[in-house]
Design a protein. Structure first.
Length: 366
C-alpha cells in the first residue's frame, strides 16, 4: 500500500517537471522571438515608403526650379516686349497736292517707308486728329525781336484759340531770352496762355534759342499724344550751350516735331515798308539752321512778311496738325547700331505728283 502511494507521488512530480520545462527555457536563457514572413513584408513596405517620399521631395525641387526658370523666361520675354515698344518711331506725314490741299483717304499700302535706303515694314497707320495735341509755343523775348512783338503776341493768342480742342489738347508757353523759361505749364485753358503772353516782360537780353528748344522737348517727352514745338523767333542764337546737331538729336529722341515761324522778314518789313527779304548774313545763316531743324523733325519753316501772312501761317499750321497721317514703325532694335542717326524717307506709291513731308531721321537710344 505504501509502495503504491510513493509511486503515485513520484509520477505527479515527474508530470510537474515536464510542464515546467515547456514553460521556461533551459539554462535560464530568454527565448528569442520567432521572425514571421509578415514582419519582413512590413520592413519592405517601410523602405518603399521612404523611397517614395524621397522621390516626391525630388519632384518638388524639380517643379520649383522649373517654376523659377519659367518666371525668368516670362520676365525676359516681358522685358523684350518693353524694349521693342521703347523704340517705336512715330512718323507723322503731311501729304498735299500741287495746290497745297491736304490729301485724305490714303491707306497703309499706299506708303513706302525706307530706313537708310532699305524699304521696311510699317506696323499700322492712323490719323493725327485722333491723338491729343501736346504743344509748346516758344516765344522769342530777346532784344533782337522788339519791333514786331505786339503783332506776334496777338497772332499767337489767336493760334491758341484755333488749335486747342476743348478737353483734349493742351499747350505750354516758353519765353526765349538769355535763358529759356517756362511761363505757363501745359494747360487746356487758352485763357491762361493768353494771360501768360500778356505778362511777358519787355524784350531784352541774349537769345538761348537751341537751349530753349531742348528744354521744351525734354518737357514734352513723357507726354502722351502728338508732341509739337512751335518757335516764333528770328532764329539767331547767340547764347546756347547746345549746338544745332545736339538740338536736332534731342528733339528726334523725344519724338517732337518743330515748326519755325521766322520773324526777321516781318521785322524788316515793319522797319522799311518793303517786301524784300532780309539780306543780313547773320539772319540768313540763322534761317538755314532753323530750316534744317524743321526738315529733320518733319515740321516746316514759315517766313511771313506782314500781319496778314502771319495770321495765315497760324491758320495753316493749325490745319496741318490735324490732317497728318501717323505711321508706326518698329526698327530692328537688336541689329542696329546704337546712338547713330539713321535716315528715313516716305513716299506715296505711284503718286509722284504729291508732296510728302515727314521726319527725315531717327536715332536708336544707347
Amino acid at each position: 500500500m505504501l509502495n503504491k502511494w510513493i509511486q503515485s507521488l513520484g509520477l505527479l512530480i515527474l508530470i510537474f517537471m515536464i510542464q515546467a520545462a515547456t514553460i521556461f527555457p533551459q539554462s535560464g536563457r530568454i527565448r528569442q522571438r520567432k521572425e514571421f514572413p509578415s514582419d519582413k513584408k512590413t520592413d519592405e513596405r517601410k523602405s518603399e515608403r521612404k523611397r517614395n517620399e524621397e522621390l516626391r521631395s525630388n519632384e518638388k525641387v524639380a517643379d520649383k526650379k522649373a517654376s523659377v526658370d519659367s518666371q525668368t523666361k516670362d520676365l525676359d520675354e516681358s522685358s523684350s516686349v518693353i524694349r521693342i515698344e521703347s523704340v517705336l518711331i512715330p512718323i507723322f506725314v503731311s501729304v498735299t497736292d500741287a495746290e497745297g490741299s491736304f490729301v485724305k483717304g490714303l491707306r497703309l499700302e499706299d506708303f513706302i517707308v525706307q530706313d537708310n535706303g532699305k524699304t521696311v515694314k510699317v506696323e499700322s497707320i492712323s490719323t493725327a486728329e485722333n491723338l491729343p495735341l501736346r504743344l509748346a509755343l516758344l516765344f522769342d523775348n530777346s532784344s533782337s525781336v522788339s519791333v514786331a512783338q505786339e503783332f506776334e503776341k496777338t497772332a499767337a493768342m489767336e493760334f491758341f484759340k484755333q488749335v486747342l480742342r476743348p478737353g483734349k489738347d493742351s499747350a505750354a508757353l516758353f519765353s526765349i531770352s538769355t535763358r529759356g523759361h517756362l511761363e505757363q505749364p501745359l494747360t487746356t485753358n487758352p485763357n491762361l496762355l493768353i494771360r501768360a503772353l500778356e505778362r511777358l516782360k519787355k524784350p531784352g537780353g541774349a537769345t538761348a534759342l537751341f537751349d530753349t528748344i531742348v528744354m521744351a522737348s525734354e518737357y514734352l517727352k513723357d507726354r502722351d499724344g502728338k508732341r509739337v514745338i512751335v518757335v516764333i523767333s528770328d532764329g539767331d542764337d547767340n547764347m546756347s550751350d547746345s549746338s544745332l546737331d545736339e538740338t536736332i538729336r534731342t528733339v528726334l529722341m523725344n519724338n517732337c516735331i518743330v515748326y519755325v515761324i521766322i520773324t526777321s522778314d516781318f521785322e524788316n518789313y515793319i522797319r522799311t515798308g518793303r517786301r524784300s527779304g532780309n539780306s543780313n548774313t547773320t539772319f540768313l545763316i540763322a534761317e538755314r539752321r532753323m530750316q534744317q531743324l524743321a526738315q529733320q523733325t518733319g515740321g516746316a519753316l514759315y517766313s511771313p512778311i506782314n500781319e496778314n501772312e502771319l495770321g495765315d501761317v497760324f491758320f495753316r499750321l493749325s490745319s496741318e496738325l490735324f490732317n497728318q497721317y501717323v505711321l508706326n514703325y518698329y526698327p530692328e532694335f537688336e541689329t542696329l547700331p546704337k546712338g547713330k542717326l539713321r535716315s528715313l524717307s516716305v513716299k506715296i506709291k505711284n503718286r509722284p505728283d504729291l508732296i510728302v513731308r515727314s521726319r527725315q531721321s531717327y536715332q536708336i537710344p544707347n
